[in-house]
Write a protein that binds this ligand. Structure first.
Ligand code: HEM
Length: 450
């Protein structure tokens, strides 16, 4: 990890990217987003919109028993070769000092030894383990990895930590790099008071409720799109520092479709089931029947037998589903002009990701020109290797601006450049066997575990 990473500031993210909103001036774009946000807040105050969580009134144990009808069911058509874990990979609880963070998929792989158990992982280890454990496509894994190494890790060794790195520096929980606000089952960085990485009990309660509403009682794409809409509305209303950079905002949206697509038992859409048993085990949510709250326990595959998807799930499918099945249920203002009109497609999103490198690289490397050039050369070579270069994608030549719209001043209190001391206390790798966020943090919740 470069020491300079410590000193960096997010606003450095390319203040010099004018004209990114097509023909719109910056002022016009700002005004448009303000109006959109105001309209969303008005909608939020209407009675029917306020019912989002009312379905949770009552017993969560009852909700779990409602979705429990599918407990024990195993995918109908599975290839025995897809059974996980494979012989030789055994589950072990992470021990003190092992780094675990906001990604349940990677945490789980480390708990079985598909990744180093201490949570310090390299690019090639993750590329291999995500394919082997979950059949993630190499292009999707590469996009995630390029940004993880650039913004949270160390380029010379192509490595990063799954939680926070030594001295609480870097790692996947570093905010607004790969980790982002509006996650499926983690709280926002600001209102979570720095805890963007532990499973939130109240969010998973809500997610279970939406699963009970699903015709097949599953954590389907429709179920996850409801979770997105509820979480998005909550963040827009309560998080004054909702900070949506191009890359992390795309990742956070796609993470909602990762639930059914990667955590189903069998192949989602081809007989696989995204049931409570599979999902809750993989994301480490354990119901306490007495309190109705979910304890956060280490991520593991269901012991009754679990099969990974039999086909790869890659970047184009992930982004297409993110922007056709998840995002439209609540189109949070993003920096991309296409997103405002609901026409963002996978190719355009990939171009934004590709061009976003221009703004992320100087962030990670503190504007040291030679190092920045080396960093971007490294990143582009990785993307080129999986066919995601700008020429192949047909990306326009213009560059992308950082999102200064929803978060106008990064040095405001609570911003990434001015974290309150209480936030620092919550930075660190995951601590399991605890319950986090039993109620919604409408203001920064700095003491939240029980
Ligand atoms: C390939 C390298 C990967 C990297 C660098 C990565 C990184 C991350 C990061 C930083 C987050 C936090 C995003 C947020 O704030 O919402 C996250 C969340 C997530 N990741 Fe990964 N991930 C990777 C692979 C995977 C795989 C293979 C899976 C599934 C098998 C997965 C499933 C998820 C899910 C479901 C979430 C959302 C968690 C939640 O809030 O409930 N990821 N990942």
């Amino acid at each position: 990890m470069k020491a300079s990473l410590l000193l960096l500031g997010l606003p450095a993210l390319g203040l010099a990217y004018p004209g990114m909103m097509g023909d719109m001036s910056r002022e016009e774009a700002l005004q448009m987003l303000r109006e959109k946000r105001d309209a969303e807040l008005v909608a939020e105050s209407q009675p029917e919109k306020r019912q989002i969580l009312s379905g949770l009134v009552g017993s969560v144990s009852q909700l779990v028993s409602d979705v429990g009808g599918l407990l024990g069911s195993v995918a109908s058509s599975v290839d025995p070769a897809d059974k996980r874990p494979e012989p030789g990979y055994t589950y072990k609880d992470p021990v003190s000092g092992d780094s675990r963070g906001p990604c349940p998929g990677l945490n789980l792989l480390a708990n079985y030894g598909y990744l180093p158990r201490n949570g310090h992982v390299t690019f090639s280890e993750v590329l291999d383990a995500t394919a082997r454990g979950f059949n993630m496509g190499a292009d999707l894994a590469t996009v995630l990895l390029v940004f993880a190494v650039l913004t949270d890790g160390d380029i010379p060794t192509e490595s990063f930590w799954l939680g926070s790195g030594p001295g609480k520096v870097g790692g996947l929980e570093r905010h607004s790099t790969v980790e982002a606000d509006i996650s499926p089952n983690r709280e926002d960085f600001y209102i979570g008071c720095g805890d963007n990485h532990h499973l939130s009990s109240r969010l998973f309660q809500q997610n279970v409720y939406y699963a009970t509403q699903d015709p097949n009682k599953q954590f389907s794409l429709d179920c996850m799109s409801k979770q997105w809409a509820a979480n998005g509305k909550f963040s827009v209303k309560h998080n004054p520092y909702l900070y949506y950079f191009p890359f992390p905002s795309i990742v956070a949206t796609a993470a909602f479709n990762f639930y059914p697509n990667f955590f189903s038992n069998g192949t989602y859409g081809a007989g696989g089931v995204a049931n409570y048993e599979s999902i809750s085990s993989i994301i480490g949510a354990k119901l306490n029947k007495n309190t109705g709250q979910f304890e956060y326990v280490p991520e593991r595959w269901p012991v009754q037998g679990w099969y990974r998807r039999s086909t790869e799930y890659g970047a184009v499918q992930a982004l297409t589903e993110a922007f056709t099945r998840i995002y439209p249920s609540y189109p949070v203002s993003m920096v991309f002009p296409q997103a405002q009109g609901g026409t963002l497609d996978a190719k355009t999103a990939l171009c934004y990701i590709y061009q976003g490198l221009n703004s992320v690289t100087p962030l990670a490397l503190a504007g040291e020109e030679q190092a920045a050039a080396a960093g971007i050369t490294w990143a582009l070579s990785k993307l080129l290797a999986v066919g995601l270069d700008g020429t192949t994608l047909g990306c326009p030549a213009s560059t992308l601006s950082p999102n200064t719209y929803l978060y106008p001043n990064a040095t405001n209190k609570g911003g990434p450049l001015n974290e309150p001391a209480s936030v620092a206390a919550n930075i660190g790798s995951n601590v399991y066997y605890k319950t986090y966020f039993t109620s919604a943090p409408t203001t920064p919740k700095c003491s939240h575990s029980s």
